[in-house]
Design a binder for this molecule. Structure first.
Ligand SMILES: Cc1cc2nc3c(=O)[nH]c(=O)nc-3n(C[C@H](O)[C@H](O)[C@H](O)COP(=O)(O)OP(=O)(O)OC[C@H]3O[C@@H](n4cnc5c(N)ncnc54)[C@H](O)[C@@H]3O)c2cc1C
Ligand code: SF4
Length: 383
């Protein structure tokens, strides 16, 4: 499949950054550039989050539909509440509740827990019993710990010349020069994402820009011209930095609050350390320099920064210790990957598995959802 084309805006940055250490590259995309397998080609109007409305961008529904076509039964509006473990230490069933309040029990040979970085540990911790007082798969005390994301520094500026954002997928190019090198001993690896989405992430533009101009008294064609002028010059950069595991960044259970099914709500403790903060500071400095170059070495007319954004668990990962010995330890770089499912087995509960992404040793600069989907598909195909 041909690559998704880089945008006019990417080319403007590439010209401005030629000969510098900021080397612009096309970003690989899990979205169709041509129609195929019943999914259309991307039509490029930059509304890819939360999901692509026409299905050009990959999401889990692609494989969910395939699984259903091959006989999988999906139970919508059904919430797992408790993992049952038998006397031999093997998972025997999952207790669940439906939206209408009715209850049921799912039994099987293999159980995969893939409720993401917060809900999976919540379920395992809540499933404690007399035999397993710390919860399921938690003799190590590591379930819920080492919660990670890729902290993000967001910056935006008004460029001098039009760069014509709000066209194409949200991002088609990035600067990957800072992923490697000796500086990683002082600050994390990072990547700089070039945004095609103008100021929509930091400011809710272009709607918020139109509202602001209207507040200033502009109306009709005057408002239209001012909006066009500004929106054409909205530039946005976001740098995502690597985060290392910290056992104090963790998911626990709330001792008072429960959800509608009576399961304790999760409590989150999350604090980026000095290493991450050094990465965000380096990102701010890089953004300022890039914006200046985009404006011919003149400071951009208006620039903004937003306090670092931590993804709100959207990209969360690690939060479980799996596969290895039960004693407390840091996450290991070589967790055994289940050869068939692309999952990591809970050693003590043999046939019970956690989604592989939750067991990666550190968090890279970007989400790896597409890669995990590919791993699962490849291993699934070999069964
Ligand atoms: C705004 C945004 C942008 C993102 N951008 C990117 C990106 O560019 N690249 C990238 O790689 N990743 C990105 N991500 C992250 C990516 O979407 C997630 O990492 C990925 O979806 C995780 O997949 P998962 O299957 O582990 O968990 P999820 O997709 O969260 O699926 C977990 C499922 O479990 C269900 N569930 C939870 N608890 C229970 C329970 N008790 N019983 C039954 N079901 C339960 C949930 O309803 C959900 O359907 C982004 C996320 C967000 C929010
Ligand atoms: S730009 Fe995004 S939302 Fe629009 S078609 Fe392409 S992938 Fe889908």
């Amino acid at each position: 499949m041909p690559a998704i084309p880089q945008t006019f805006l990417d080319e403007a940055y590439a010209r401005a950054l030629t000969g510098t250490e900021y080397e612009l590259r096309a970003t690989p995309q899990a979205r169709n550039s041509v129609s195929g397998n019943g999914r259309p080609a991307c039509c490029g109007n930059a509304s890819c989050i939360p999901i692509c409305p026409i299905g050009a961008k990959y999401d889990a529904t692609v494989h969910l539909s395939l699984a259903e076509r091959n006989g999988a039964l999906v139970h919508p509006q059904t919430t797992a509440m408790r993992v049952e473990v038998g006397t031999e230490g093997r998972v025997t069933a999952i207790r669940f509740k439906r939206w209408d309040g009715s209850e049921g029990v799912a039994s099987g040979k293999v159980f995969v827990h893939a409720a993401h970085a917060i809900e999976t540990p919540r379920l395992l911790l809540h499933s404690r019993s007399e035999a397993l007082p710390n919860g399921v798969a938690n003799r190590s005390g590591q379930v819920g710990r080492n919660l990670m994301d890729h902290p993000t520094q967001l910056s935006w500026a008004l460029s001098r010349e039009p760069v014509w954002p709000y066209r194409g997928p949200l991002s088609t190019s990035s600067i990957e020069t800072f992923r490697h090198g000796a500086s990683r001993k002082d600050r994390p690896a990072m990547r700089i994402e070039i945004g095609n989405d103008g100021w929509s992430w930091p400011k809710g533009a272009p709607v918020s820009t139109a509202a602001e101009l209207a507040r200033q008294g502009l109306r009709g064609s005057e408002l239209n011209a001012a909006l066009r002028d500004q929106a054409a010059r909205h530039a946005r950069l976001a740098s995502q930095v690597e985060q290392l595991p910290d056992p104090n960044n963790r998911v626990t259970l709330d001792s008072n609050e429960r959800d509608m099914y009576g399961v304790p709500l999760p409590r989150l403790a999350y604090r980026p350390d000095d290493y991450v903060r050094a990465g965000l500071a380096a990102a701010r400095a890089a953004h300022a320099e890039i914006f200046e170059r985009l404006n011919g070495d003149r400071a951009p007319q208006r620039a903004g920064r937003r306090r670092p954004h931590h993804g709100h668990g959207a990209h969360g990962q690690r939060s479980q210790k799996l596969g290895g010995r039960p004693r407390p330890s840091q996450p290991r770089s070589r967790q055994p990957l289940h050869p068939r499912l692309g999952c990591v087995p809970h050693r003590r509960h043999g046939q019970s598995h956690a989604d592989h992404r939750r067991a990666q040793p550190t968090f890279g600069r970007v989400g790896q959802s597409g890669i995990v989907a590919v791993i699962r598909t490849l291993f699934g195909a070999r069964r």
